[in-house]
Ligand binder design. Structure first.
Ligand SMILES: [Mg+2]
Length: 488
C-alpha cells in the first residue's frame, strides 16, 4: 500500500459484447449476449442493454434466452478480442514495465514504477489519457480505477463503470470499504461469505471489527489473517509483470463437449503450442508442464509432470501434455482444456532437448493454418451423440456458420451470420464504422459464393500513439502537459 494512488486497474466495459456492437452497426444500443450457444452454454458477456433484463455473465444460456428472448445471441470471436486486447495491452505497456494482465480485457499497471505518475493529479491525468487512447485506437471504452493498492484500484474501476474513471484517495481505504459486502474482498467466495454470514458478519466493517483472532478462529490461520488485513484496507500485493509470473498457461472452453479422443489430443497440442508462444514471448522457460481437463460433469482434473530441466521447446511441452492426457479418462466428453508451464526460469537448458526436438520437427508434417482454437464452431466436428440425422445436419450447419461470425460473399461483400437452420444461413451485410444497419439476405448453407472470413478491424486506421505518453512535465509543475488529451 502506498501513499499515492499510482496503481491503475483497467477493465474494458462489457468487452466481448461491446466489440460485437462496434463491429455490427445493427446491434448498437440493442441487447447482445455473447457466449456458448450449445445446450450447456453459459453467458460470457452481456451488453449493458441485455443486463437490464437481468442477464449476466456465467448465467446458463437457456436462462438468458428466457429473460431476454429478443437479444442477439452470438458465438465469441476470440480472434477479434485477442487483436483488440493486444492493442490495449500495448498502450498499457507504454505506461509502465509493470503490467499484470488478469484476462484479455483487464490489467493492473504500476504507474509509479513506470515514472508516469507520482501523485493524485498526475495519476488522474494519465488515467484520462489512457481512456482516450483506448477509445481512439480500439473504438471501445474501458473504465479506470486508481488507488494505492490493487484491491482498491479494482474496486474503483468497478465503481467507475461503465465508461468512467474513479480514484480512491490513499488514507480513505478503510472508510471506503466499511459498508461494502464481504464478497467485495479478494478471496471471499460464496462459501466463505456464507460461513461469515452465519457468524453474523455481512459487511467489511463487521470483519474489521471482529478482529484478527476471531477471523482466524473462523477461517484458519492463513485465510483469517489475510482477510483481516484486507478488511482493514491493507493490501501490499505488488503488481507482477507477466515476465515475473510463476507460471504461464492457456485454456479453452468448447462450445460443444469434445468426445473424439483424437480431437482432444489435437486441441491439447494446439494449447501446448500457444502456451509455449506466450512463454517465449515473456523470454522464459519452465520446468513443470500442467494439464487441466474439465469434464462434461464439471469435474476438473489437473495433472503435472516435472521435466529434467527448464524448456521452452514446443515439442517437449506438447509431448509432456500428451503423456499427461493419456492418464485422463475423457469418455463422456470434455468441456475445457488447459496447458500451463510452471517453475519458470529466465534461461533454457537448450542442450537437454534441442537435439531431440530438432529431429522431431524435421519429421513432423507442416502445421495446418491458424484456426483459432477457441473457435471450435468454425470447424465441422462430429455431431453430438444421440442426435437424429436432421438434428445432426442442423448442428453441422450451426458449426459451419456460427452466429455472429464473419463471412464474405462474392457479390455482397463482408457480413456476419445472423442465424442458420433448415439448410439456410441468414447473413447481414455490414461493416464496422457504417452509419446505418446493413441489409439481410438468406442463402443455402452450401452456397459456393459464401465463405467464412476473418474479422475486420473495429477502427480501420487507428491514430498513432507511438510517442505516448510524451515526456511530459509532472502535473505539479503546471499546465499544458502534452499527450493524448491534446491530440485531434
Ligand atoms: Mg471487463
Amino acid at each position: 500500500m502506498r501513499a499515492a494512488p499510482t496503481i491503475l486497474h483497467l477493465d474494458m466495459d462489457a468487452f466481448y459484447a461491446s466489440a460485437e456492437q462496434a463491429a455490427k452497426p445493427s446491434l448498437r444500443g440493442k441487447p447482445v449476449v455473447v457466449g456458448g450457444l450449445g445446450t450447456r452454454g453459459v453467458v460470457a458477456t452481456a451488453s449493458y442493454e441485455a443486463r437490464r433484463f437481468g442477464v449476466h455473465s456465467a448465467m446458463p444460456m437457456a436462462q438468458a434466452r428466457r429473460l431476454a428472448p429478443n437479444a442477439a445471441y452470438l458465438v465469441p470471436r476470440f480472434t477479434l478480442y485477442r487483436a483488440v486486447s493486444d492493442q490495449v495491452m500495448e498502450l498499457l505497456g507504454r505506461l509502465s514495465p509493470l503490467v499484470e494482465p488478469l484476462s484479455l480485457d483487464e490489467a493492473f499497471v504500476d504507474l509509479e514504477a513506470g515514472g508516469t505518475a507520482d501523485d493524485t493529479a498526475s495519476a488522474l491525468e494519465i488515467g484520462r489519457e489512457l481512456r482516450e487512447a483506448i477509445q481512439a485506437v480500439t473504438g471501445l471504452s474501458g473504465s479506470v480505477g486508481l488507488a494505492g493498492s490493487k484491491m482498491l484500484a479494482k474496486i474503483a474501476s468497478e465503481e467507475a463503470k461503465p465508461d468512467g474513471i474513479r480514484l480512491i484517495e490513499p488514507g480513505t481505504e478503510r472508510a471506503h470499504l466499511a459498508p461494502m459486502p464481504v464478497r467485495t474482498l479478494p478471496g471471499v467466495g460464496p462459501a466463505t461469505a456464507d460461513h461469515l454470514r452465519r457468524a453474523g458478519m455481512t459487511t467489511v466493517n463487521d470483519l474489521a471489527e471482529a478482529g484478527e483472532a476471531e477471523l482466524i478462529r473462523l477461517l484458519g490461520k492463513a485465510h483469517g489473517a489475510a482477510l483481516h488485513r484486507m478488511a482493514s484496507g491493507f493490501d501490499d500485493r505488488p503488481v507482477v509483470a507477466e515476465r515475473d509470473a510463476k507460471s504461464v498457461s492457456v485454456e479453452d472452453t468448447f462450445e460443444v463437449d469434445l468426445h473424439d479422443r483424437v480431437r482432444v489430443r489435437t486441441e491439447v497440442e494446439r494449447l501446448a503450442d500457444r502456451c509455449v508462444q506466450r512463454l517465449r514471448g515473456a523470454g522464459r522457460s519452465g520446468r513443470t508442464v500442467v494439464l487441466k481437463v474439465r469434464r462434461y460433469d464439471f469435474s476438473t482434473l489437473t495433472r503435472s509432470e516435472t521435466l529434467r530441466g527448464p524448456t521452452d521447446d514446443p515439442a517437449v511441452v506438447r509431448e509432456a501434455a500428451a503423456r499427461l492426457l493419456e492418464a485422463v479418462d475423457t469418455t463422456g466428453g470434455v468441456r475445457l482444456l488447459g496447458v500451463g508451464v510452471t517453475g519458470l526460469a529466465d534461461y533454457t537448458q537448450e542442450d537437454l532437448f534441442a537435439q531431440a526436438a530438432g529431429e522431431r520437427a524435421a519429421a513432423a508434417p507442416p502445421e495446418d493454418g491458424d484456426v483459432p482454437p477457441e473457435d471450435p464452431g468454425g470447424r465441422a466436428g462430429p455431431a453430438e451423440p444421440g442426435a437424429g440425422p436432421e438434428e445432426a445436419a442442423e448442428q453441422l450447419a450451426a458449426r459451419r456458420w456460427p452466429a455472429g461470425h464473419d463471412v464474405h460473399h462474392e457479390i455482397h461483400g463482408h457480413g456476419w451470420v445472423q442465424g442458420s437452420g433448415v439448410g439456410r444461413v441468414t447473413v447481414r451485410f455490414e461493416e464496422p464504422g457504417a452509419r446505418a444497419p446493413g441489409r439481410v439476405r438468406t442463402f443455402r448453407v452450401d452456397d459456393p459464393a459464401l465463405r467464412a472470413a476473418n474479422p475486420l478491424p473495429l477502427v480501420p486506421d487507428p491514430p498513432d500513439y507511438s510517442s505516448w505518453p510524451a515526456s511530459r512535465p509532472k502535473s505539479r509543475s503546471g499546465a499544458g502537459a502534452p499527450g493524448a488529451a491534446s491530440r485531434p
